[in-house]
Design a protein around this ligand. Structure first.
Ligand code: FAD
Length: 909
């Protein structure tokens, strides 16, 4: 096997840069290199042997390489994670895309994952290990200096969010004699509540002051000669990791352990110490363990004399602590002497000795996001774990886990530096400890994301019934367990209407379905629709932290579940409306933008009328998206909910023709929302466009969906479909047309798309459905002519092969025709589904309205146009987009309208 690019080589190449950044002196650098050289050759050796055997044969490898099983297993997991063992079917377990995104084909990954600030938990370990200072950690985020980065991958290795080998999770062999074990509390010999007897410590340290007292005792007794702990920096409330070298320093800095700052200043910096204590939260303990193995192959440094774990439930970054103090305590960092968490409340003590507190529940919004990867409240890797849960104010709860931990604790007791009271396993304290620890246990690795029950492809391609059938109650129960309930849920930021997804999932988990429904509908009045057609994969689910580890939570499926549960139980939950304001607002268009705007305004007490050009409401939901993806009964039912909010709907009225905005003003409407979509079909410039058998997707789908041509002759709209139907385009419109054509009896359906599969804008789920049903895809192919017979009936299509060039303004790679690659496809129906544009009917009737050169209405961020009483949103502003983005715009516009009407009419009353 070819030698992999080594970390040693990278570090040596960048020696000057590394020494310049002052993290290592020459001697330290030399030590580091020699240690790493040994590790690399052993790792390379394992890789070569595996290749030689063609399999992972642990006993054989152990014998041949003379390595311990643990060492082997750790290295094998690591090699798997980097994608080196893919050829024998071993897949990475954590960040599935590290293999694809890693620029560097070497024994160490590059830093792509670390650069994803959405995944950062803010421990700062990456900043501390980076040998060139390319990562700086300030306030709540890190900054990454691309110029300085040498792509060594050390930061990835120490990140607690990156892969953590299961082998390392096990407690160390000699550490745990005579242990008790409870899943939620891990291993322990004894649990007690304890307090320092040192008055000085009481005034500065948290809870019972146990961490500081143990360290003080250990310094005094020379059991340690250094401690890595979080201590106060130059400014108040800005804790930093520091190597504390004596008792005085320790006492000066005690009491600042509430923040989850990085404790590992520089791994190498501890070299001058033989007996170190480390203090940290579970993630820091884990990272420390991992980092000591990768890249050093030395499972937890033998120089560590004591590991004190801190309970970790809620964590705050520095910026958020500032917000918290200002908003909840009306104080500043400089006022604070110490902070405690006790009995579900956060208590702040100031320098005058006064204390004020707030319930933890109330301060959750200041918590940092998603620090739930360890599943561990109490630090399984610690000798002793210390926290406040389970103890009275002024006391700490202590878990003694290991023999070493027991010795340290006993010594402090013998020296009368601490006093303790036992916590019995049948006590209330024990019960609350286990309950809280259990709530942190996540099960995301234990269950797979549920697969939706679906109609069989061979059957469904002949009917218009809905393809997916939804999730069962049991499936939902399991899926809710996977949710991490992140403190700062990124899924919510990915949702254009900002549904409080974790709260919704929590209510589902508790089987409080009415509550879940109400929670959902407070943000989204159309959950049955969004649960079916929203591209969750590029919105909420894309941002789910679990998507970095495997499969994101099935948020869309659960949204659909709750809406279907409501219908099945003949319920109609709708949010409460404010008192009527007596002001009329006209909403033009009943697509998702119009419906969302109308709902929001009605809830706010406005008298809302929707004007719709067609005889049915829903916009594209009704005339565009086919029955087998979105049953029209569901659209109708969701519009009914709006009627419960007193929204009136007037059908068959084209604003700009039947009535104008001026007419509506005369009818008493004070503000207007234009949500007329972008329904004008686009054509391509090829000869033969007027042949019989050439249709636009708009016409085809409208006939089938709105006019119910698929039920002909029960409905009197016929639709002609040929034997070989070719669709042009790669979006949802093209796929819907293809699958409709199949169901209407076409023998063969081909989709011709000028870009490649990767660039196709259609939803992935729908693409797979289309493939399963037998739709044929011809990628990188573009039409050049439509060819007819003597009767002008379409017979064939001339096409040309394409290749991809540089990305265009949409960010997708531009398709370029390949010279002399034309060929002919037999086809008797062509459906053009390449998109649509703004319909000018309404904009022409309001000449002063500002529009773009493409005919889309221009608005500000509140959806207000240049005419103050007219607002607009949805596809008529953005061009063809998505249901949920149209809804988001509708909601924003409703807020804009409310503000406008308040200022103009209501504040004056
Ligand atoms: P529309 O839904 O177009 O609604 C506009 C409404 O205004 C229509 O009812 C129209 O009749 C009415 N109207 C127009 N002019 C006037 C007038 N002058 N007077 C009165 N009424 C008027 N998005 C997804 O998120 N997921 C999908 O799976 C998906 N699939 C799609 C499939 C197809 C076939 C199509 C065409 C689009 C699809 N989309 C999908 C896109 C999505 O449906 C649109 O982005 C969304 O419907 C836009 O909402 P809107 O309210 O702005 O406009």
């Amino acid at each position: 096997m070819e030698k992999q690019r080594s970390l040693v080589k990278i570090l040596l190449t960048n020696k000057e840069k590394i020494l310049e950044s002052n993290k290592y002196n020459k001697a330290e650098f030399g030590d580091l290199i020699s240690e790493l050289t040994d590790v690399e050759s052993s790792r390379q050796g394992i890789l070569e042997k595996i290749e030689e055997h063609g399999s992972i044969d642990i006993p054989k490898l152990k014998k041949e390489l003379q390595l311990s099983e643990k060492n082997l297993l750790c290295n094998i997991e690591y090699l798997k994670e980097l994608g080196f063992l893919g050829y024998i079917g071993a897949k990475p377990r954590f960040f599935k895309d590290v293999v694809e995104t890693s620029k560097q084909n070497g024994i160490f990954p590059n830093v792509t994952i670390i650069k994803d600030s959405n995944l950062c938990s803010g421990c700062g370990l990456c900043a501390s290990i980076c040998p060139v200072g390319a990562i700086s950690y300030s306030e709540e985020k890190f900054d990454f200096d691309e110029e300085k980065c040498i792509d060594c991958g050390l930061c990835y290795i120490c990140c607690p969010r990156a892969f953590f080998p299961k082998v390392l999770k096990a407690p160390e062999e000699n550490d745990v004699p005579d242990i008790n074990f409870l899943e939620q509390l891990n291993y322990y010999q004894e649990i007690c509540t304890a307090q320092t007897t040192d008055e000085r410590i009481t005034t500065v340290a948290q809870d019972g002051g146990i961490v500081t007292t143990l360290l003080k005792m250990a310094f005094q007794q020379k059991l340690i000669d250094g401690a890595l702990a979080v201590t106060e920096g130059d400014e108040p409330l800005k804790p930093l990791p520091q190597l504390i070298e004596d008792e005085d320093e320790l006492l000066h800095t005690a009491g600042t352990k509430y923040a989850n700052a990085h404790i590992l200043k520089i791994f190498q910096g501890c070299r001058g110490h033989d007996k170190l204590a480390v203090v940290g939260t579970p993630c820091i303990m884990e990272a420390l363990k991992k980092i000591s193995f990768f890249p050093f192959n030395r499972p937890f440094s033998d120089k560590i004399a004591l590991k004190i774990g801190l309970f970790c439930m809620e964590s705050f970054d520095y910026k958020k602590i500032g917000e918290l103090l200002k908003n909840e305590f009306k104080s500043t960092p400089a006022d604070v002497k110490k902070m405690d968490i006790n009995k579900g409340r956060l208590i702040i003590y100031d320098h005058n000795g006064s204390a004020s507190d707030v319930p933890i529940k109330k301060i959750k919004k200041y918590g940092r996001f998603g620090c739930f990867f360890c599943d561990d409240l109490t630090s399984i890797h610690a000798d002793i774990s210390v926290g406040s849960i389970g103890s009275d104010p002024g006391w700490s709860t202590v878990f003694i886990r290991t023999k070493r931990g027991a010795e340290f604790f006993q010594k402090a007791l013998d020296l009368n530096m601490i006093v303790k009271k036992e916590i019995k396993e049948d006590s209330k304290s024990f019960e609350s400890l286990s309950r809280i620890a259990k709530s942190k246990l996540k099960k995301f690795e234990e269950y797979d994301r549920p697969k939706m029950i679906e109609q069989d492809p061979d059957i469904r391609k002949n009917n218009f019934e809905e393809v997916p059938k939804g999730l069962t109650v049991d499936m939902v129960k399991l899926e809710t367990q996977r949710c991490l309930q992140c403190g700062n849920p990124l899924c919510v930021t990915g949702c254009p209407v900002n549904i409080r997804i974790p709260q919704f999932i929590k209510l589902l988990k508790q089987e409080k379905y009415i509550g879940a429904l109400y929670e959902m509908k407070s943000y989204n009045l159309l959950p049955a629709i969004c649960g079916r057609v929203c591209p969750q994969e590029s919105q909420c689910e894309k941002y789910c932290l679990l998507s970095g580890l495997g499969e994101p939570i099935a948020i869309g499926y659960m949204e659909r579940f709750i809406a279907d549960w409501e219908r099945k139980n003949n319920l109609k939950e709708c949010p409460e409306c404010a008192a009527p304001k007596g002001i009329k607002v006209a909403v033009i268009g009943s697509g998702p933008a119009g419906l969302a705007c109308a709902g929001e305004l009605a809830m706010n007490g406005y008298d809302v009328t929707i004007f719709e050009a067609f005889h049915a409401g829903g916009g594209v939901l009704t005339y565009g998206i086919p029955e087998f993806r979105l049953p029209k009964e569901i659209v109708k039912s969701e519009i009914e909910t709006l009627k419960m909010l007193n929204v009136k709907v007037e059908y068959n009225i084209i604003i700009g023709k039947t009535l104008t905005i001026e007419d509506l003003k005369e009818m008493g409407f004070k503000a207007f929302f234009i949500g007329v979509g972008a329904g004008l079909p686009m054509f391509i410039k090829v000869p033969g466009l007027t042949l019989n058998g050439v249709l636009t997707a708009n016409e085809f789908l409208t006939r089938s969906n709105l006019m119910k041509a698929f039920k002909f002759p029960d409905y009197d709209t016929p639709i002609k479909i040929g034997k070989i139907v070719t669709i042009i385009g790669g979006g949802n419109v093209a796929l819907d047309s293809a699958r409709t054509a199949l169901r209407l009896g076409a023998e063969k359906v081909i989709i011709v798309y000028r870009r490649s599969e990767a660039e196709m804008p259609a939803r992935r789920e729908e693409y797979h459905h289309a493939l399963e049903e037998g739709v044929v895809f011809q990628f990188l192919t573009n039409p050049v002519s439509f060819i007819g017979d003597e009767n002008d009936d379409l017979k064939q299509m001339g096409v040309i092969k394409m290749e991809l060039g540089e990305p265009d303004e949409s960010g997708r790679r531009r398709p370029i025709p390949i010279e002399n690659s034309e060929y002919i496809i037999d086809t008797d129906t062509i459906i053009i589904g390449i998109g649509s544009r703004a319909n000018p009917i309404i904009t022409r009737s309001i000449p002063e309205l500002k529009i773009s050169k493409w005919g889309y209405i221009e608005t500000d961020e509140n959806c207000q146009t240049n005419i103050e009483e007219i607002f607009a949103g949805g596809d008529i502003v953005t061009g063809s987009a998505t249901v949920i983005s149209a809804m988001g715009a509708g909601k924003r516009a409703a807020h804009g309208i409310d503000k406008y009407l308040q200022e103009k009419y209501l504040d004056k009353k």
